[in-house]
Ligand binder design. Sequence first.
Ligand code: GLU
Length: 461
Amino acid sequence: MVRVRFAPSPTGKLHLGGLRTALYDYAYAKNQGGKFILRIEDTDQTRFVEGATENLINSLKMMGLDFDEGPTFQSQRLDIYKKYALQLIEQGDAYYCFCTQKELDLARQRQKELKLPTKYPETCRNLPQEEVEKNLAQGLPYVIRLAMPKDKDFVIFDKVRGKVKIDSSLLDDQVILKSDGFPTYHLAAVVDDHLMEISHVIRGEEWLYSTPKHIHLYDCLGWKPPIWVHLPLILNENKAKLSKRDGDFSVGAYLEKGYLPQAIINFVALLGWNPKNEQEIFDLQYLCDKFSFKAVNKAGAVFDERKLEWMNGQYIRKMDLQELADLLKKYFIEAEIDISDEQKYLKVIDVAKDYLVLLPQVVPHSKMFYQELEFTDEDLALLHAQESQAVFGYYLENLPNCEDYEQFVKTASAELGIKGKAYFFPLRLALFGNSSGPNIPILLDILGKEESKKRLEKVML
Ligand code: GLU
C-alpha cells in the first residue's frame, strides 16, 4: 500500500515549494490508490512560529489537497523518540555528548582555521562508561549523537536521481536527541516514517545529504527504509535557489495577489514534472491520473511568474461566469462601487474577464461602467470634432427607438457615411472613456439606453 506523508515544520507559512512537495505526495497517493498523510514536524522549539500550523493546514485545504490521515504532531510523541534514542545507546549505535556550546564553537573555529570540514570532533564518542554515568548522575546537560560508521559506503537509490553515492567521511555524528528532550528532525522523521508505514519519502533535494544518516538509522533499528524520492530545486530567474530574499512565495500571498487556486496548482505541478505531451493547462485530477516519478526532472525548475500570470488569465476566462462574478464581488465592495444591478454586473464581468491577469484588476477594467467618465484635452479634441458630433447627434436621436444594437450600429454608420476609426473611436471614448476596448453594441448593451444617452449628451457641444 502506498502511504506518503507531507511533513512540514511549522516555521512559517506554506510556500509554493512546500506546496509542490505536498502536491506530488498527493498526486502519487491518488495515482496509486494510496494514502496522503499530514505530519507536523514541530520538534524545533526555537523555530516554531505561532499560527504556522493553522496556515499550513488551511493552505492545503484551499488548494484542494485533503489529507487522509493526520495531522500528527511530533511534539506529542516525545516518549517514543526518546525510547529509540536510548535503544540506540544501548546497542552502541549512539552516545551521550556533554560538550558545551562553547567547546563546540571553539572546535569549529579551529577546524575553519585549518581549512578542515567543520564537523563534530567526536570528543564524547568514546567516553569511558564511568565518566558517562558520573556526568549523568551530576545532571550535566547532554545530547545524544548517532555514531556514524567510518567504513560504510552510502548508496541511495533515488526514484528521481537514480543511484547516488555519498562519501561517508563527510558525515557528522548527528545529534538525534537534544538537551531539551526533543528529537532532531532526523530521528523523529525516521521513527515516524517507520511507525506510520510510509512507503515513499518524497521531499526536496536539500535533504539528499541527510539521507545516509537516515539509512544508517534504519539499519541500526533493523527497519526497512522507504523508497526515496528527492525533488529538484526550484530556481529563481538567475538560476539560483529560490529563497525568501526573492519575495514572499507563500500560498497566501499568491491568493492575495489574485491568483486562482486552480492556476497555482497547475503552475506548481509543472515545476519539475510534465505530462510528456503538449498539454499545459490541466486540473488536479489530470495530474493525479498522469503522475509518475519517471516524469520528474532532475534539473532545477525555474520559477517563471510570467507563466503563472498567463495561466491565471486562462483560468479566469475558463471559469463559469456566475462563479467568477461572485468571486470578484469583494473587489467592488472594497472599491465602494455599487454593483446591485445584477444583470448589468454579469455583463460587465463577461466583458472585463478578457482583460484580466490577476483578479483585482477587474476594478480598473470595469469601473468605467459605473463611474462618471473623465476626459483629457486630447480626448475632448476628438469628442468635439465635427464628425464625432454628427455621430453623437445621430445616436441621441435614434438610439431610443433601436431594438437591435448590432444592427443599429451598422445602419448608423451607413446613414452617416462615417466608418472605421472615425466612427468607432469617438463613440467608444464617449461611452467607455477609452477609444479602444469592447465593441460598441456590447457597450450599449451594458450601459442601457438611458445611461448611453446621458454619456453622449455630456460630450455634445
Ligand atoms: N520537516 C521537514 C521540512 O520542513 C521535512 C523533510 C522531509 O520531508 O523529510 O522540510
